[in-house]
Design a binder for this molecule. Structure first.
Ligand code: NAP
Length: 286
């Protein structure tokens, strides 16, 4: 009898993760006998957990905050994206070897392919220089962006990414954000500003006041934050009549690659899946 494949998502904390609902949906939809469960691991136990995946019978799984960099160090082999980004969010076994990949850049690009076809242009403005920003920079370079203006509250982190990602990245000061709005064909928020329960979210003044009125009329504005779905950033852009793309599609698309590794089928991101996940979040389609 063949083994029933099982996968996990780990992080700390892990209760907020939407991944179990996404993978359970596909397991049901494709009638696959398999499992995908959250496993909460505290810091000192993470390496032990990763080393014991085979004994525990896992085919692989997802890794989220704060362990993506550690997972990169612990994987025996990493794909090109993970190696470039320095973080792993997906683990799987191939010929007994633990592989690590990063599927965020793929998820980001697929979400824009779905909701803003033709988004691949020349100049982008990226706000934020944390882990998620790296995936966005990778995707933008892959899709041919020639100039990526990068702005972060802590300028040193943006400077570091510019050195790492090369000549397309131009760093600008946080305070000068509005000087660059008119140049961009794509504007991306990769900071956690606007996220529900984010420590700074209580104070509306923490949100950068962006002069979207100065933007090109056909600019695409997107936010990686998806709780709430309509973030203050997207609301500001929409009020000005600009095209916006929310962040949930990135989460759904990035999950497809892991599912394929563990369960052998590349699942589809459908309206029905999106709607089920939004309902679970207490959100409505926008
Ligand atoms: P991270 O590595 O902790 O980076 C956080 C970023 O937010 C940094 O650029 C940080 O700037 C900035 N930031 C935080 N608080 C701020 C404030 N009060 N004012 C200005 N900037 C602030 O986090 P991450 O992994 O990049 O994730 C960022 C967001 O993307 C999270 O909300 C996460 O949920 C979301 N995300 C979504 C997806 C998806 O599938 N849609 C995937 C990945 C991440 P400093 O450097 O100055 O601290």
């Amino acid at each position: 009898m063949s083994k029933i494949p099982k996968a996990f998502v780990t992080g700390y904390p892990i209760h907020q993760s939407r991944s179990p609902q996404i993978h359970s949906y596909w397991l049901d939809f494709y009638r696959i006998s398999g499992s995908y469960d959250p496993v909460e691991i505290t810091g000192e136990h993470f390496p032990f957990f990763i080393h014991s995946l085979k004994e525990r019978g896992f085919s692989g799984g997802n890794v989220t905050l704060p362990y993506k960099e550690q997972a990169y160090a612990l994987a025996e082999k990493c794909d090109e994206v993970a190696s470039h980004i320095g973080a792993v969010n997906t683990l799987w076994f191939e010929n007994g070897i633990l592989h690590g990949g990063n599927t965020d850049a793929y998820g980001f690009a697929c979400n824009l392919d779905d909701f803003a076809p033709g988004w691949e242009k020349d100049t982008a403005l990226v706000i934020g220089a944390g882990g998620a920003s790296r995936a966005v920079l990778f995707a933008l370079k892959e899709r041919g962006y020639q100039k990526i203006i990068l702005i972060n509250r802590t300028r040193g982190r943006a400077d570091y990414l510019a050195q790492h990602f090369g000549r397309q990245i131009v760093v600008a000061n946080w305070q000068s954000i509005n000087n660059y709005i008119g140049e961009a064909e794509l504007i991306v928020n990769t900071t956690s500003l606007g996220m529900k329960n984010h420590i700074h979210d209580q104070d509306e003044n923490q949100q950068p006041v962006i002069n979207f009125a100065a933007a090109k009329p056909d600019v695409v504005v997107t936010d990686l934050v998806y709780t709430p779905l309509m973030t203050p950033f997207l609301k500001q852009a929409q009020k000005t009549g600009l095209k916006t793309v929310d962040g949930i599609g990135m989460l759904l698309h990035q999950a497809t690659l892991g599912f394929e590794h563990w369960f052998g089928i590349k699942p589809q991101v459908t309206k029905a899946l999106r709607s089920q996940i939004l309902t679970g979040m207490g959100e409505k389609e926008i």
